[in-house]
Design a protein around this ligand. Structure first.
Ligand code: ZN
Length: 307
């Protein structure tokens, strides 16, 4: 077993979580949350999405968010970029990293962005041109990498084909997304082992949703392979338009709690993060899935005993 000593946690709630919220979160509030997360020690935050405001009105203030977030911590501020126009706007706004995305299956890609996988990949080439001329890194997220709600199982070879294409284009990092929470520890290990064997040194991160309650188990399974970068969402904010009623991303503070209890370093101030999480719950105005913000850490012994 090769367990990493330190783990990189990438916070994605400001993009993956906020985009699911129907009522508009004021720009100042978004910025305040992102800045309070930055204070907790994250080295990278996915702050927004440069998607058309018609598609997701919540993200219409993407440029304003990027302009206002605190850059003094040196953390990488990333943003989702769905097409070349989004890339131009993201470059102008001054993001540190652009994140392109494609699905591992044709049916999910069609339903998500109304394009074939090859058409999406062609768009990436233009995004990379725009990013490279502004010296901005590009990462790619592969959706439904561990299972597709339309097609079921996704063979690792299909994921491999996309990884191969995007690395060829000059993408610097890959995230495998479990968009509808279909990953299991066995599938995670089979797919990731396959990719690690094929590509050797691959800058690979994992993005699990807790849709079926085994998000953290999947993180644990990936840790056994030595994988050490995970995307998660404060308070477990988020969801998926294709899985109604599903819970959101793996909860960041719950994951950080687990990692710290396993003796791994994250560089994140867990107590500070729990405070941010409770604040986010207050702002969103409904109970969010995170557990540690409700129960406190295991050494929080002052709570009355439940009977
Ligand atoms: Zn997600």
């Amino acid at each position: 077993m090769i367990r990493p000593k330190s783990v990189r946690v990438v916070e994605v709630a400001p993009r993956d979580g906020f985009q699911m919220e129907k009522s508009f979160i004021p720009t100042e509030t978004k910025v305040q949350i992102i800045n309070s997360l930055l204070k907790c020690g994250f080295k990278k935050i996915e702050a927004t999405s440069f998607i058309s405001p018609k598609a997701i009105p919540q993200m219409k203030d993407a440029a304003d968010v990027i302009a206002a977030v605190d850059r003094s911590t040196g953390a990488k501020i990333a943003a989702l970029v769905p097409n070349p126009k989004g890339a131009e706007n993201a470059a102008r706004a001054g993001v540190d990293e652009m994140v392109t995305f494609v699905s591992a299956t044709e049916s999910h890609n069609q339903s998500n962005v109304n394009r074939s996988i090859d058409e999406s990949l062609k768009g990436f080439a233009t995004v990379l041109d725009i990013a490279t001329s502004s010296k901005i890194e590009v990462a790619t997220g592969i959706a439904v990498a561990f299972g597709c709600p339309f097609e079921g199982d996704v063979a690792p070879e299909r994921v491999e084909r996309i990884v191969d294409s995007v690395l060829g284009l000059g993408v610097s990092a890959i995230t495998l997304g479990d968009t509808t929470g279909m990953a299991t520890p066995r599938i995670v290990q089979t797919t990731c082992e396959h990719l690690l064997q094929k590509f050797g040194e691959l800058n690979l991160s994992l993005h699990f949703h807790n849709t079926r309650g085994i998000g953290l188990v999947n993180v644990y399974a990936a840790l056994q392979l030595g994988l050490a970068t995970f995307e998660s969402s404060v308070a477990g904010l988020g969801g998926c338009p294709f899985a109604t009623g599903a819970t959101g991303n793996v909860c960041t503070e719950d994951m950080v709690y687990m990692l710290h209890e396993m003796g791994m370093e994250t560089g994140i101030d867990l107590d500070g993060l729990i405070t941010v999480s409770r604040n986010v719950e207050r702002i969103i105005g409904r109970t969010l899935p995170g557990q540690i913000m409700k129960s406190g850490k295991r050494d929080n012994l002052s709570k009355p005993v439940c009977r």
